[in-house]
Write a protein that binds this ligand. Structure first.
Ligand code: FE2
Length: 296
């Protein structure tokens, strides 16, 4: 069971309209005033956006573009080794820049022709119902900030590198895009908090941290693995269990650490069939069927 809110730094708007991002004291940018001001500036752009309007473009600095370049360069050989074939093909199809941070409208333009998904800005945490529900409409809420430049290969929060290098590339695969749409439809369909939490838990262990068997090896299809320099290497050291939705919904996990247990599909098509079918049929009875204890 997890609370996605743990992941994001809170964003507040003061009475004077001042937007502020509150970094935890263990955040790499905590003591950097310039970084904090930049985070608030980027969050304010997202908060000012209304559906139907043009998505705000961020004028990325050379430091920010350099973070993107570093991660793109360092993670490419890891993708070649550890990413599933469909992800590698999707990266080629979407063909995003590796030398600068892409704008969300560029990501949308690429995805539109491939799977119809579009990117919209998020200042930080988006409520579960809204985040998952909008996936049903082919919309992905994405942050636009970068991690701190002191540690370009690490982030405690989902930054634009996670959202685009992880999710964006995956959303260029039509079958993954369909599984995400089904997850979104499931989130809209269910009425109880328990059932929504099951959708979120299964999403976590599949779309975020899913692995599968390919050519006798374990490969990643989860966005959290594919966008994390450290975690993708770690993936072969952890306990791998077969796909089991009841376990996903009941196992305790800590999202702030590397995942000690991952669930592997037998193949890419097995993942699409099983995970897709789970989301397509998930309803308010699902928690009871999976043995998830109802909370008082
Ligand atoms: Fe994610």
């Amino acid at each position: 069971m997890f609370e996605e809110g743990q992941l994001y730094s809170p964003v507040t708007v003061g009475e004077d309209g001042q937007v502020e991002v509150h970094l935890g004291d263990n955040h790499p940018g905590f003591a950097d005033q310039d970084y904090r001001a930049r985070r608030s500036e980027i969050a304010a752009a997202a908060l000012g956006w209304k559906p139907g309007e043009t998505v705000p473009r961020i004028d990325y600095t050379e430091t920010e573009n350099e973070i993107w370049r570093t991660v793109s360069r360092e993670i490419a050989p890891l993708h070649a080794k550890y990413a599933c074939r469909n992800y590698i093909a999707a990266v080629e199809a979407l063909n995003l820049p590796t030398d600068r941070v892409p704008q969300l409208d560029e990501v949308s333009a690429g995805l539109k022709g491939l799977t119809g998904f579009e990117y919209v800005p998020a200042a930080g945490i988006v409520p579960l119902e809204e985040f998952y529900g909008s996936l049903a409409d082919g919309q992905f809420h994405s942050t636009q900030y970068l991690r701190h430049h002191a540690v370009p290969l690490y982030t405690p929060e989902p930054d634009i590198i996670h959202e685009v290098i992880g999710h964006g590339n995956l959303l260029a695969d039509p079958q993954v895009a369909e599984v995400k749409r089904l997850a979104g439809a499931a989130a809209r369909r269910v009425q109880t908090r328990e059932a929504l939490q099951v959708v979120a838990d299964v999403f976590w262990f599949t779309i975020e941290f899913g692995v599968l068997h390919e050519d006798g090896e374990i490969k990643a299809y989860g966005a959290g693995l594919l966008s994390s320099y450290g975690e993708i290497e770690e993936m072969r050291e952890v306990e791998i269990r077969p796909l089991d939705f009841a376990e996903m919904a009941t196992v305790d996990y800590d999202i702030t650490h590397y995942q000690p247990v991952l669930f592997a599909a037998e193949s890419f098509s097995h993942m699409v069939d099983e995970v897709g079918n789970f989301f397509a049929t998930c309803d308010d009875d699902t928690p009871a069927k999976l043995g998830v204890a109802a909370k008082a």
